[in-house]
Design a protein around this ligand. Structure first.
Ligand code: PA5
Length: 458
């Protein structure tokens, strides 16, 4: 039986600390950026900024009721009855990263090896075109009692559509059309798109991605909630955390954490810090950083502007990227994702022989060492010329993740408005798709196909 350490203060709120920016940013400058962030908040909340057709995420936590969570739990229960062992979640980008981030953060690192949970195993597909990955996933699918959640807002994205075709064929061959249909749930647009048409025709259960919520802002819709619930995690707690953050981020106060974060990152950007490194100190947060990278990269990186979002996991990456961060080109700033309380405990024991020389930390918790490494790194990197923002959460659980998701979404909207770009479009994503379609010989792309092949042969 795994014992979690009890942490008090479960309603603890996200903290944004800026003391690590003090050597690099004057208070007067900061106050000016806070005013701009407050204006950006008014623009966003009044729906008067660019891309305001895609602001549905802003009110999502308070508007999501029991009807949706009950419907999600009904899917989970029906698949428990069928003794489903494996659920393949098909999606890419915003239709993948939020669920992956939450499931990785909340899962026991070795739950697979230890068979710790009664919930079905979640595997992901449609986020890659790698043949080897898909073939290996199919090896698992052939062995397991399987169901599929296919997520695509447009319903036309190539990667998930290809993966779903393979999975659908297998389920239909294995179980017949009707039973296969009961093992497939589609999460897609309310009325348009190929997936919606297919789902209606085949009789799949469906969940709607609201028209006014873009992919990378959709983790608190069924896009994220359904897979997270199917993995056995508490989506009510996730939504509660997001609701609390929605209330806090609504206030035009300078202590609003979204205002603080958006203001400081824009100040740093304008003073030449073009790269932001999100650093976690727990490997479970690696995919949260991937979600964050998409959110900020796709929202801000346009019109020749935008902070480049990168990520590391410390102390692991101090042994690979630490050198560059300490002494490489000075165009970086760091944002630490600090988790105040570890939910597990490991105490370092004293050793009579002390051959490793570690008795000076005997009887301390491992997390204490992690914390000292974090503080030491922060100070060393500041000395090396790297400003530090620290974002703290109480512990890694559903409630705190709900807070983080909403906080980052709100801060991203504000930050992109301050930068002067539309946070809710992604025109640049189309370029690779056009080339790929042309090279694959999609009808309608013949001219481009010829042109690209000429360039390749040159
Ligand atoms: O943020 C975005 O809009 C993208 O990352 C999309 O989520 C991604 O391209 C997948 O799109 P779709 O859900 O339409 O398949």
């Amino acid at each position: 039986m795994i014992k979690f350490v009890k942490c008090l203060n479960l309603t603890h709120m996200i903290k944004v600390e800026l003391d690590g920016c003090r050597p690099f940013a004057g208070n007067a400058d900061y106050q000016e950026y806070v005013s701009r962030a407050r204006k950006a908040l008014m623009t966003l909340d009044s729906g008067t900024g660019a891309g305001s057709d895609f602001l549905g995420w802003n009110e999502l936590p308070s508007e999501t009721g029991k009807e949706l969570t009950d419907a999600i739990m009904a899917v989970a229960e029906s698949w428990i009855e069928k003794e489903i062992e494996l659920i393949v979640v098909v999606g890419i980008g915003g239709s993948y990263l939020g669920a992956k981030a939450a499931i990785e953060a909340l899962s026991h690192s070795f739950s697979r090896e230890m068979n710790l949970t009664a919930a079905p195993r979640i595997a992901f597909a449609g986020h890659t075109l790698s043949e080897e990955y898909m073939a290996e996933l199919m090896d698992l699918v052939y062995m397991k009692n399987t169901a599929v959640v296919v997520i695509s807002k447009s319903g036309t994205t190539t990667e998930p559509a290809v993966a779903f075709r393979l999975l659908k064929s297998h389920l239909e061959r294995q179980y017949g059309l009707d039973e296969a249909a009961s093992r497939i749930v589609a999460v897609t647009d309310a009325s348009r798109g190929a997936l919606k048409g297919l789902a209606d025709r085949m009789g799949y259960r469906t969940f709607v991605i609201p028209d006014n919520v873009g992919g990378r802002y959709s983790v608190l819709t069924p896009v994220g909630l359904l897979p997270i619930a199917l993995a056995g995690f508490d989506i009510e707690a996730l939504l509660d955390g997001a609701r609390q953050m929605q209330r806090i981020c609504d206030t035009p106060d300078e202590n609003n954490p979204a205002i603080k974060y958006a203001a400081m990152r824009n100040l740093l950007y304008d003073s030449g810090r073009k790269i932001e490194i999100l650093a976690g100190f727990n490997p479970k947060l690696a995919f949260l950083a991937e979600w964050w990278k998409q959110l900020f990269g796709e929202s801000e990186g346009k019109e020749g502007r935008g902070i480049f979002p990168a990520s590391v996991i410390f102390t692991t990456d101090l042994h690979s990227m630490g050198q560059y961060i300490q002494q490489g080109e000075r165009s970086l700033f760091e944002t630490f994702l600090n988790v105040e309380n570890s939910r597990r405990e490991e105490v370092i024991e004293p050793d009579e022989d002390n051959l490793d020389g570690l008795n000076f930390i005997a009887n301390t918790n491992l997390e204490y060492c992690n914390r000292m490494a974090q503080l030491g790194t922060k100070l060393a990197h500041i000395d090396g010329g790297v400003p530090n923002i620290t974002i703290s959460i109480d512990q890694i659980d559903e409630y705190n993740l709900g807070q983080l998701f909403y906080f980052f979404e709100k801060a991203c909207g504000l930050s992109a408005y301050m930068l002067g770009v539309n946070p809710f479009d992604q025109p640049g994503v189309e370029s690779y798709k056009k080339n790929m379609f042309a090279l694959l010989g999609k009808p309608g792309y013949e001219g481009l196909s010829e042109e690209l092949r000429r360039r390749i042969d040159e």
